[in-house]
Design a protein around this ligand. Sequence first.
Ligand code: MLT
Length: 217
Amino acid sequence: MTPTDQLAFIHRFVPASSPGRGETLLLLHGTGGNEQDLLTLGQELLPGAALLSPRGRILENGMPRFFRRLAEGVFDLADLKLQTDALAGFVSAVSHKYGLQSGKIVAVGYSNGANIAASVMLTYPDVLAGAILFRPMVPFVPTASPSLRNVPVLLAAGRRDPIVVPEQTLALGEILKTAGARVTLHWHEGGHELGRDDIVAAKDWIHVEPGEHPGKL
Ligand code: MLT
């Protein structure tokens, strides 16, 4: 892939407005969303942090996504691999362009965006310093466990989610834990839509100092 291709994600970048801890939030929208969707959430989670928000490059009936699927919950694994490579390449190329601190990029993904974030973590364990994954599934099962030692991950699942059954989130949690990640699980009593409690849990989680996450699954 050429450097030009790596920058070929439509995206919004909001520079940091306060020095903070130097994190950049990588905002990854759900199916049918775009690069604008999670900017307000990002500002609320970590005020003043830099925000990098790409738009998924796949169109499903006109709806942007981060990778193709064959049916609801059935992923096109070849395309997932391609798009995972492209997103990881984009993050590294724009980090250079915007002068982002390496090792300080934290993903915030919802649904399809959470799934591509998990795929990046399992494929390129050094790209993300942590992740907040709202309503995630297992994107793919890695053949060898990557090394995600002490990487903090918050998984926020809906007990009554008809799209992502709780077992999917638990299975992803086990894969991440086996890889050494510090996994915290938040249960929302409702379904696929985010609730206020999800945002509060994410704020509590992100305001813990890096390295202090307990890893509760
Ligand atoms: C979605 O609709 O986005 C699914 O729940 C997750 C996915 O397809 O990645």
